[in-house]
Ligand binder design. Structure first.
Ligand code: RB5
Length: 148
């Protein structure tokens, strides 16, 4: 069980997968803040990526999970927020490594790319890993310096 606070958001293309992830990680003991949207009406992924990213950047969530059709657009939006390191993953190894080596604080997934079973395994790999620091910290600090 973990008390880590996880914020989730998506666009219209990924509502079902986002809700499945929310239920899955709530069962595993995470403190889930699913900020929607709930309506299946077409919407714009940048605003949902930004909203979740701002909560992570402000320290109101420990980690974030974003979902859109491919994961790519919502990842690009999230990475514009200072302090956010978000990667799109379609495999469990990358999901573990973006935490362990890159200290990613957000994960992006593609609902039109992944089946639910694999998506949940990717989420588990991301949430189950910890940043290793050391030489990886030096490199992450170089990314932080680029933000000014
Ligand atoms: C929406 O149709 C789609 O463009 C969006 O979900 C996402 O895939 C963008 O990166």
């Amino acid at each position: 069980m973990s008390s880590k606070r996880i914020v989730l958001s998506s666009d219209h293309a990924a509502i079902e997968l986002r809700q499945a992830i929310a239920a899955h990680i709530a069962k595993r003991g995470f403190d889930v803040n699913d900020i929607g949207p709930v309506s299946p009406e077409s919407t714009h992924y940048p605003k949902h990526g930004e909203a979740a990213a701002r909560l992570v950047a402000a320290g109101e969530a420990d980690l974030g999970i974003l979902v859109c059709g491919t994961g790519q657009g919502i990842m690009m939006a999230a990475n514009k927020v200072k302090g956010i390191r978000c990667g799109v993953c379609a495999d469990t190894f990358s999901a573990k490594m973006i935490r362990a080596h890159n200290d990613a604080n957000m994960l992006a997934l593609g609902a039109r790319v992944l089946g639910e079973g694999l998506a949940l395994e990717i989420v588990d790999a991301f949430l189950g890993a910890e940043f290793e620091g050391g030489r990886h910290g030096v490199r992450v600090d170089m990314i932080k310096e680029m933000e000014g």
